[in-house]
Design a protein around this ligand. Structure first.
Ligand code: MG
Ligand code: MG
Length: 248
């Protein structure tokens, strides 16, 4: 069941999204060579709490930290640790915040120090693919239109499109119906209606689309060890388009 949010719920979802966007903005200044992913997690955690919200991912399905931090070939669900970021890394930070029972969810991949041209291209193209996907959104469009737009763009740049991990509805749970895949066919899947709130989150790889899970039972990595990027916004579907709730 895909829920249509009431005006009251939309207000809370906007506030949650705003806190997520602000947390990204705040965290950005600390993403430098030498910082540990655990330090970034703590900074994000404290900022979310100070904003009057709680970190959505802490204890979600048993996740042990407040935000997911995934470096280079790690795609998603990296557990913050004593790992120090170094110049040339790319780091994906996935932040969720819950405000008065409603969530916002946004991931962004950042360069650390100086990165290679191919990594910079991966970031540029993956971010661009997010906006390609979003541009397919409006009342009456199909969920498949979003995936089609992302996949078409990604293929143009020869990027691997991960299929096992998908976007989702957002509301009083972080993960609600519908699934929002990053691949698909036009005019397939559920029809979007104004008042739905979804997270669109392309995860694109420089190499193969194949992935596997590390022994920590959380971290997803690319099968060929090549870098992966992740860009995500939570958006409200409107009559003519969409409104980004996790603006930064
Ligand atoms: Mg996320
Ligand atoms: Mg998400």
């Amino acid at each position: 069941m895909i829920s249509i949010k009431s005006d009251y719920e939309i207000e809370l979802l906007k506030k949650a999204g705003e806190i997520v966007g602000n947390t990204h903005n705040y965290l950005k200044q600390f993403i430098k060579p030498g910082v540990t992913t655990k330090e970034l997690d703590k900074l994000a955690h404290d900022f979310i709490i100070k904003s009057g919200a709680t970190p959505s991912f802490l204890n979600l399905y048993g996740f042990p930290k407040s935000v997911c931090i995934s470096v280079n070939e790690e795609v998603v669900h990296g557990i913050p640790s004593n790992r120090k970021l170094k110049s040339g890394d790319i780091v994906s930070i996935d932040i969720g915040a819950c405000y008065k029972g409603y969530h916002g969810d946004s991931a962004w991949t950042y360069p650390v120090g100086e990165i290679s041209k191919e990594k910079q291209d991966l970031l540029t193209w993956t971010e661009e693919s997010l906006f390609e996907g979003l541009s397919a959104i409006k009342e009456g469009a199909h969920v498949g239109d979003i995936g089609f737009a992302i996949e078409t763009y990604a293929k143009k740049h020869n990027l691997g499109v991960i299929r096992e991990l998908v976007g989702h509805g957002v509301g009083s749970k972080v993960h609600e119906d519908p699934d929002v895949p990053n691949y698909g066919k036009k005019n397939t899947g559920p029809i979007l209606k104004a008042g739905m709130v979804i997270a669109v989150e392309p995860m694109l790889n420089l190499g193969t689309r194949e992935i596997f899970m590390l022994d920590d039972d959380w971290t997803i990595v690319t099968a060929d060890d090549r870098p992966s990027a992740h860009f995500e916004h939570t958006v409200l579907v409107t009559k003519d388009g969409y409104i980004i709730l996790t603006k930064r």
